[in-house]
Design a protein around this ligand. Structure first.
Ligand SMILES: *[C@@H]1O[C@H](CO)[C@@H](O)[C@H](O)[C@H]1NC(C)=O
Ligand SMILES: *[C@@H]1O[C@H](CO)[C@@H](O)[C@H](O)[C@H]1NC(C)=O
Ligand SMILES: *[C@@H]1O[C@H](CO)[C@@H](O)[C@H](O)[C@H]1NC(C)=O
Ligand SMILES: *[C@@H]1O[C@H](CO)[C@@H](O)[C@H](O)[C@H]1NC(C)=O
Ligand SMILES: *[C@@H]1O[C@H](CO)[C@@H](O)[C@H](O)[C@H]1NC(C)=O
Length: 388
């Protein structure tokens, strides 16, 4: 143990002296984006006029002190002193990546390595592999490809800003990578006009990913529906039917018909685009109206049965009015009946009175009265017989 400790301390002090004396080249790893410029710096704390040198991964000397050793216009001297040797390499390419060596020509030579990392910038992505337009029900494939990235780029997919996952494939091509992401979709009409965005993220792009967007176009057969303006169409009213049609390509024009034939009255029935307007409804407009729309994928139709109400027809009047009318009629009827009955009663009552008068002779309390009563009673007598 003591031997080990001693050896360790010896080594430590030796290295420590070396570090303290500063007679040692120091470098840093450098990361540069393709096309950029890399500054390679080598420093020595203390230098007793010993030369510094930079060499490339292929062990070729680039600069020996301030003297250029390799013919390469991209490589320039930035600073050369006993304490520092800095060179710059411009227009960096992926092939410049590797271990660079700074050497201090003491006896023995001391070297230190700096790793130059070159980031490959991905190419702007492309979306390929699909047919446009697609038919409803088709299985389509969207492929987003970007090459030239190092390290491999990351691809993300968005369907109208909502992220979806694709299948990733990475191939090394030379020193960089080709990244491919595939989305497989079965499209329907809801995909028509939907934007699919491929986003390429990479360290060399910081937080500004490359994006490319493809808007899907899906063709589908028409579907029509009829919407109407009034709930209870009445005579004389303005009336409008609209043929609401969907489909891609948009089915145009829509065709209107009535009861299986042409519209009968072009004066009052005006077709404008998808709308059928009847300026003033007539009972004769009763019937089944149909609208039809077609595109190359098919035809769709919808029907509306029009029933024109007559605002004056009794059956269709407001129930309150009908009720009131009914009550009034009943009251009038009863009143009439009462008047008739009263009239009859009065007539009958008068007849009875006359009869009583005629009867007077029999009922008279004495002969005198009876004689008086009997006077002029012939007519009454006769009348009585007539009534009975
Ligand atoms: C390299 O060094 C030069 C000179 O000091 C400086 O102007 C330049 O910005 C440096 N470039 C990089 C990439 O550090
Ligand atoms: C420099 O890069 C090399 C290779 O990537 C690595 O092994 C080393 O640890 C790095 N050195 C520093 C100081 O980062
Ligand atoms: C990756 O390599 C395989 C095999 O060589 C090839 O079939 C495929 O098409 C390549 N993919 C890309 C994205 O280049
Ligand atoms: C309905 O049409 C008939 C025949 O065309 C016409 O005689 C009548 O006046 C019309 N009625 C209304 C309320 O327009
Ligand atoms: C309209 O249709 C209704 C119900 O089918 C019917 O009662 C009415 O008489 C019709 N009117 C005309 C003018 O055809």
């Amino acid at each position: 143990f003591w031997a080990h400790l001693y050896a360790f301390l010896m080594l430590y002090s030796l290295l420590g002296c070396e570090w303290l004396s500063g007679q040692f080249p120091l470098t840093q790893n450098v990361t540069v984006t393709e096309g950029g410029t890399a500054n390679m710096t080598c420093r020595v704390e203390y230098n007793d006029q010993t030369s510094l040198q930079w060499s490339n991964p292929a062990q070729q000397t680039l600069f020996f002190g301030d003297k250029k050793a390799l013919r390469d216009n991209r490589i320039e001297l930035v600073r050369a002193s006993w304490a520092e040797l800095t060179i710059s390499i411009s227009d960096i390419s992926l092939s410049d990546e590797g271990q660079y060596t700074c050497s201090l020509f003491t006896m023995p030579v001391k070297t230190t390595k700096a790793f130059l990392t070159v980031l490959g910038v991905p190419e702007r992505p492309e979306i390929t592999g699909f047919t446009k337009p697609a038919m409803e029900g088709d299985e389509i494939t969207l492929i987003c490809t970007t090459s030239g990235s190092k390290p491999a780029a990351h691809i993300r997919w968005f369907r109208n800003d909502k992220e979806v996952t694709g299948t990733k494939e990475v191939n090394a091509t030379g020193k960089s990578f080709t990244v491919k992401s595939t989305l497989q979709l079965q499209v329907d009409q809801s995909d028509d006009g939907v934007a699919y965005t491929c986003s390429v993220e990479h360290v060399s792009l910081s937080s500004n990913p490359y994006q490319v967007t493809e808007v899907l176009e899906v063709h589908y057969a028409p579907h029509v529906e009829i919407s109407h303006s009034a709930i209870i169409p009445q005579e004389g009213q303005y009336f409008k039917l609209e043929c609401v049609s969907k489909g891609n390509p948009l089915p145009e024009p829509v065709l209107w018909s009535k009861d299986g034939g042409e519209l009968p009255d072009v004066e009052r029935m005006i077709v404008e685009g998808r709308e059928l307007t009847i300026t003033s409804l007539n009972k004769t407009d009763n019937g089944t109206y149909r609208c039809e729309a077609s595109n190359y994928l098919g035809t769709s139709g919808a029907e509306y049965v029009l029933f024109v109400y007559d605002p004056n027809a009794p059956g269709q009047q407001d129930p309150d009015h009908a009720l009131i009318g009914g009550v009034v009629a009943v009251v009038v009827f009863i009143t009439l009946c009462l008047i008739i009955a009263l009239g009859r009663y009065l007539a009958r009552h008068k007849g009875t009175y006359l009869t009583h008068e005629a009867k007077g002779s029999e009922d008279a309390p004495d002969a005198d009265t009876a004689i008086i009563n009997a006077e002029g009673n012939h007519a009454a007598e006769e009348k009585k017989e007539y009534f009975i």
